[in-house]
Design a protein around this ligand. Sequence first.
Ligand code: 2AL
Length: 248
Amino acid sequence: MRLRVINPNTTAAMTRKIGEAAQRIAAPGTTVVTTQPADGPVSIESHFDEAISAVGVLEEVLAGEKEGTDAYVIACFGDPGLLAARELTRAPVIGIAEAAFHAASLISTRFSVVTTLSRTGIIAEHLLEQYGFRHHCRRVRAAEIPVLDLEEDGSAALSRIIDECRRARDEDGIGAIVLGCGGMADLTQRISQEVGLPVVEGVTAAVKLAEALVGLGLGTSKHGDLAFPRPKPFTGRFERYSQLSNER
Ligand code: 2AL
């Protein structure tokens, strides 16, 4: 199967890291293509960043449709553009936050999320509500590191995340930890060893869920609200979307 993993931000180093994590976990028969939008924020840590990045994600899905993609992963913890992406394809589209919540809820009754900055915690909280995981999650915690610190060798990012995970373990009454950023895709084992709890990371969870859905012969329903968008004129910068057709 052909899996397109989309890093919604435009930092190539993070895209590489996400791609390597996806490749390591993917089944031998899975071809992983990792991409990032041509335009957009270098990191996503606000509602504004997220709204802008969603357009790039959708363009990457449209590009993937031309290449016969079998499944998509949106590799940012806000799952930007997820439902809109599903409208554009029959293939399954999995967000890393929803993948991580599902996986964590299958191995524990309660989990906490450890994310980057506390101002982005609200995005995870909204998703927990929207996806129905509010009661599975004890707390959304922040290590107070900007996303791009995760790309810097020798930064304090890892030790701060580990410290926050230890606090979650000791104070939250949880069975598992969810890492709340695509840039943490390479940290699962290390943190799990240090903290002694199962650590769920969304990129890897999403790859395995995407493979499972494709293996089950399941794709995005085209019945109801996830049907292809109704064709209509788009104006100005977005005029090219007037060409979107229902024929795919
Ligand atoms: C993210 C993420 O996963 N990638 C990014 O740029 N921002 N989300 C987050 N909470 O840090």
